[in-house]
Design a protein around this ligand. Structure first.
Ligand SMILES: [Zn+2]
Length: 452
């Protein structure tokens, strides 16, 4: 196992005295030695004929743009002429005048790259982490959980591309068209690092036809994209991913059947009390009280009901376990009682207690908090860097890769630092990024990204 402290440093003492010095060198050294970062990025297949600027320059530059949270390609443009960025990327400038390249070149190269090679890059990093036994212990009940949810990072009334979805919205007195991109994102949940495993765009009608679908009527729905992502997750990562956690868009036979077919267990939030099988379970429980548990750590009172075997969904062949939890805060300022209902399918989840199932369902919010909120507020995902669908997805993949590597670095390498920053992962990561940027401006020699 080549996991911890790759450079053999006595990290904790030094790092707490002068936090941040040399973090960029350490991060990239860690990426290179433990995850083969250069080789991971080299998976992006170039679609250009005899390019002047190598693809390595393009992908490293955009990866760095994500890592340093550069707010736009306009803001990146002057940095492409600064020697520090070339040093950080381990690249000799290719253009006249000592510039790495132009932002137009970046956008053009990403537009023409093979779009299928970007998810490969993410999975290469995760698989390497898996081989290094990063996820060996699993999480609640020693299982590995993946949250899936739809996410809409960008919307515009002016700029659009062939892959945009469209909707009509009211603007004052007039109706206007808004263009947007929607993705389903898969996040590996855990007690510390939470990593993006993959993402899939919701396709518009044209993209569906281009992908070979016949008799297309309109855009596809989020669930169709989610099912495509599920199939990709299983085919790419094999069996170590066990439980899929999703919100109340998904408690339906079609989705549960796909989970069963692919051998995934599932925890699915259900909200509609009139829908089967929740209606049946609620009828069985009636007015009878549930099991009451007091959680001293979270200062909560939990009331739990568990119906292990509801077979009432006509569109799904297997048994469904239904769990209901009512959460009440016992803190000084009480909050309203909140009810959670979950449909639970698959073998792996049967051994979990009702309390554990509730914890899993609530952890789905990590995707909103550590994921979506952080990405739009701090990672500039909401900025329209370029107006081509392929290039946008490529930029997102490179940003996700930077996000994953940072998470692994903070929680696996700077363990004591991660703890020092308390329980707010966004703040922890933000501080580390500040230090990386400060490091960038101090760099006077080339950093190593690969073994060549
Ligand atoms: Zn678009």
């Amino acid at each position: 196992m080549v996991e911890e402290n790759v450079e053999g440093e006595a990290t904790p003492a030094g790092e707490e005295v002068v936090p941040g010095v040399g973090y960029l060198r350490r991060l990239l050294g860690y990426g290179h030695k433990v995850y083969g970062l250069g080789a991971v990025l080299a998976r992006v297949r170039d679609g250009r004929q005899e390019p002047q600027i190598p693809m390595a320059t393009v992908v490293r530059t955009v990866f760095a743009c994500g890592l340093f949270r550069v707010r736009s390609f306009n803001a990146l443009e002057p940095q492409l002429g600064e020697p520090q960025l070339a040093h950080a990327l381990g690249l000799r400038p290719g253009c006249a005048g000592g510039r790495l390249c132009s932002v137009d070149t970046l956008a053009r190269a990403l537009r023409q790259a093979d779009p299928r090679s970007f998810p490969d890059m993410l999975s290469a990093l995760i698989e390497r982490a898996e081989r290094n036994k990063v996820f060996r212990e699993g999480w609640i009940g020693a299982l590995r959980y993946v949250a899936l949810d739809g996410w809409e990072p960008i919307a515009s009334r002016r700029r659009h591309c062939a892959q945009c979805l469209e909707r009509e919205i009211q603007d004052g007195k007039q109706r206007v068209i808004e263009y947007y991109h929607r993705y389903v994102v898969a996040l590996l949940l855990g007690p510390q690092e939470e990593l993006v495993l993959g993402f899939e765009p919701v396709r518009n009608a044209a993209a569906r036809r281009q992908a070979g679908e016949r008799q297309v009527e309109g855009d596809e729905g989020e669930q169709t994209a989610a099912i495509r992502l599920l199939r990709w997750l299983r085919a790419t990562y094999g069996r170590w991913l066990e439980v899929i956690v999703v919100d109340s868009l998904y408690p339906n036979g079609r989705f549960l059947t796909v989970l069963a077919e692919l051998g995934f267990a599932g925890v699915v939030v259900a909200k509609k009390e009139t829908d089967e099988p929740l209606r049946d379970a609620l009828a069985i429980w009636g007015q009878s009280p549930g099991q009451v548990i007091t959680d001293a750590d979270t200062h909560e009172r939990l009331e739990l009901w568990d119906c292990p075997d509801c077979e009432t969904l006509t569109t799904y062949a297997g048994p469904i376990r239904v769990v209901r939890g009512v959460v009440e805060s016992m803190a000084a300022r009480p909050t309203p009682r909140r009810q959670w209902c979950m449909l639970v399918v698959g073998k792996a989840t049967q051994r979990l207690s009702a309390r554990q199932i509730l914890r899993v369902a609530r952890a789905r919010w990590h995707l909103e908090n550590t994921g979506f909120n952080q990405w739009t507020q701090h990672w500039r995902f909401e900025h329209v860097f370029t107006t081509d669908g392929n290039a946008i997805a490529a930029i997102f993949a490179l940003f996700f890769l930077a996000f994953d590597l940072l998470q692994l670095f903070v929680y696996r390498q700077l363990k004591s630092y991660g703890r020092l920053r308390g329980k707010d992962p966004t703040r922890t990561i933000s501080r580390v990024v500040d230090m990386l940027v400060a490091d960038l401006h101090r760099l006077d020699s080339f950093l190593c990204w690969d073994s060549s």
